[in-house]
Design a protein around this ligand. Structure first.
Ligand code: EAX
Length: 324
């Protein structure tokens, strides 16, 4: 082969390589809890499936344990476009997309199956579209889990035991209103600060699903756990709307399909954590009250429910409550 021809071939090969490299897109995604968790399952599955289905053309770099900031900060970054993706609980979401507030009403869902059916059905899918005018594409509802209460002061058997207890809450207006109604002294705080706040006694307690309590090692800084199951906690995959709009139709479909796989992995992990959590946390030294009379908590929330019905409309709440 003539040297000039070899150079030409080499040149073409380099050209193809650098074109491929130039085409490779790297996106960032983040969660506020550790990688070994239900949320880690969600974002790791999304990354793996997108990379596989695009043959490595789109790569997602995942950040864990709040290393890119708390959920509100991360949502702001995605809205601005300085970060492409996020996977958040609904903690800060209502402050961006008020229509989603209705999902955070305590004791709204009978159980996880009910919540999953609502989120996968027309009500949940319509709520996903409400993110678009706020600068987000919401890919899918995932699950954070059913929230329970932990604290260092006393075992919680009934609403009366909550009076005056200082608890960290998410930065979520619906939760704050409801927990105040239960007599709790609410302290909204970003998740990455919670462990230290519990350790230093800035707050007496917090509430989160078993998945989060375990992933965050809250057993190290909390004594009492009560399975209040007071509210279902959804989470959601968010993408910057501009990034989404620039994707080809094929790549959009890949993200939606990959998100479906991620939802499956995420829910399976929540189920596993719910099945093992109590035994695991007892082993680590927590005292656990498993049976609580939920009707007492619901009764205490009476005046707050009246307020929520005014805010959200009784028909809208009933539509969710009665969804089959
Ligand atoms: O997203 O802030 C919270 O309590 C959330 O449940 C947690 O960060 C998981």
């Amino acid at each position: 082969m003539k040297p000039s021809k070899l150079l030409l071939i080499l040149g073409l090969a380099f050209g193809a390589m650098s074109a491929a490299m130039a085409q490779q897109v790297v996106m960032r995604n983040a969660i506020s809890v550790a990688q070994n968790s239900h949320a880690g399952e969600a974002i790791d599955t999304l990354a793996r499936e997108v990379e596989k289905r695009t043959n490595g053309r789109i790569v997602i770099k995942n950040f864990y344990s709040g290393s890119l900031g708390g959920e509100r900060e991360v949502m702001e970054s995605v809205q601005l476009g300085t970060q492409e993706l996020a996977h958040n609980s609904t903690g800060p979401v209502p402050n961006f997309v008020p229509e989603t507030r209705i999902l955070d009403v305590p004791f709204l869902f009978r159980d996880k199956a009910h919540a999953r059916a609502v989120l996968d059905g027309p009500i949940g899918q319509e709520l996903l579209t409400k993110f678009e005018s706020k600068g987000f594409k919401a890919l899918a509802w995932t699950e954070n889990g059913v929230r329970h209460m932990t604290n260092n002061k006393r075992p919680i058997n009934e609403p009366n035991d909550l009076k005056g207890l200082k608890m960290r809450t998410m930065e979520n207006p619906v939760h704050v209103a409801a927990y105040k109604g239960l007599g709790i002294v609410t302290t909204p705080m970003a998740f990455p600060e919670v462990f230290t706040a519990l350790q230093q006694g800035t707050v007496d307690g917090q509430e989160n699903p078993l998945s989060v309590i375990m992933a965050a090692n809250f057993d190290q800084v909390q004594k009492h756990l009560t399975l209040t199951g007071h509210v279902y906690s959804p989470s959601v995959f968010l993408m910057n709307k501009g990034v989404w709009d620039k994707l080809s139709a094929g790549d959009k479909q890949i993200f939606l399909d990959a998100a479906k796989e991620a939802v499956k992995a995420n829910r399976a992990r929540v189920d596993k954590d719910d099945a093992n959590g109590v035994a695991e946390l007892r082993k680590k030294g927590m005292t656990v009250i498993e049976n609580v009379d939920k009707s007492k908590f619901i009764a205490t929330l009476g005046p707050i429910y009246a307020e929520f019905e005014k805010q959200f409309g009784k028909a809208n709440l009933d539509r969710i409550r009665n969804y089959k």
